[in-house]
Design a binder for this molecule. Structure first.
Ligand SMILES: CC(C)(COP(=O)(O)OP(=O)(O)OC[C@H]1O[C@@H](n2cnc3c(N)ncnc32)[C@H](O)[C@@H]1OP(=O)(O)O)[C@@H](O)C(=O)NCCC(=O)NCCS
Length: 201
């Protein structure tokens, strides 16, 4: 069952992380997070190097409606936000899914974690939360398209039981499929991570 957001959890190293649902008002937060991605992470996420998020891309990423397009943000609440309006929590990552326009049970997922926080469990946590949300919302298959040299994401997806599908015509990318029957049994956020008392309602 979907947890109530915002949800406060801890990373393995004790870092307090708030998970919350992103909204269309997250424009500044998204731009601030992008600014903290290395050039390599930008390419890994968007398949192209770019100095800034264009307004057009920002519009697309913020076209969040809570069902067809859902995004979960992780904020380190021991640090100050980059964005003035939000008093607590440095945005450290965002994971999203967008359902297929022809089949609402299929969704494409994507994720980015700022480089400073790589390897600390944020990616796994966000992906778990996102897939929990997807399964709960009736999505049966999540797919992810990943550059074939993106070892971190490939290992992360493989460890979640995702199956790679190679396109023989294009070896630069690999598509992963995460069917819900593979992912649902072991995923309960509250069981996997200590939940701290939510500091905001
Ligand atoms: C891929 C990405 C989301 C992983 O996030 P993360 O917070 O570093 O991942 P985690 O710390 O939760 O690690 C999860 C798993 O990823 C893999 N991983 C993490 N760091 C790794 C590293 N340096 N080398 C190899 N594998 C690594 C491991 O399988 C790890 O599992 P473990 O916890 O059992 O060791 C992050 O590197 C990122 O944002 N990259 C740029 C954007 C991108 O590649 N997006 C994916 C395309 S949509």
């Amino acid at each position: 069952m979907n947890p109530q957001y915002p949800l406060d959890v801890e990373l393995g190293d004790g870092t307090p992380l708030r998970l919350r649902l992103a909204t269309p008002d997250d424009r500044d937060a998204l731009a601030a997070g992008f600014a903290r991605l290395s050039p390599e992470s930008r390419v890994a996420r968007f398949f192209t190097g770019m100095p800034d998020l264009s307004n057009r891309l920002l519009d697309r990423l913020l076209d969040i409606d809570g069902s067809r397009h859902v995004a979960i943000v992780g904020q380190d609440i021991s640090r100050m936000s980059d964005v003035e309006q939000q008093s607590t929590g440095l945005g450290v990552g965002v994971a999203r899914y967008i359902t297929s326009s022809t089949d609402a049970t299929q969704a494409e997922i994507a994720i980015a974690v700022i480089d400073e926080y790589h390897g600390r469990g944020v990616g796994r946590l966000l992906l778990d939360a996102l897939i929990d949300h997807a399964v709960d919302s009736g999505i049966t298959t999540c797919t992810a398209t990943v550059l074939s040299d993106n070892t971190k994401m490939i290992r992360l997806l493989a460890s979640m039981g995702a199956m790679p599908r190679w396109d023989p015509g294009d070896r630069t990318v690999v598509e992963f499929e995460i069917p819900s029957f593979q992912i649902s049994p072991h995923r309960t956020l509250s069981a996997a991570w200590p939940v701290m008392p939510a500091r905001i309602a």
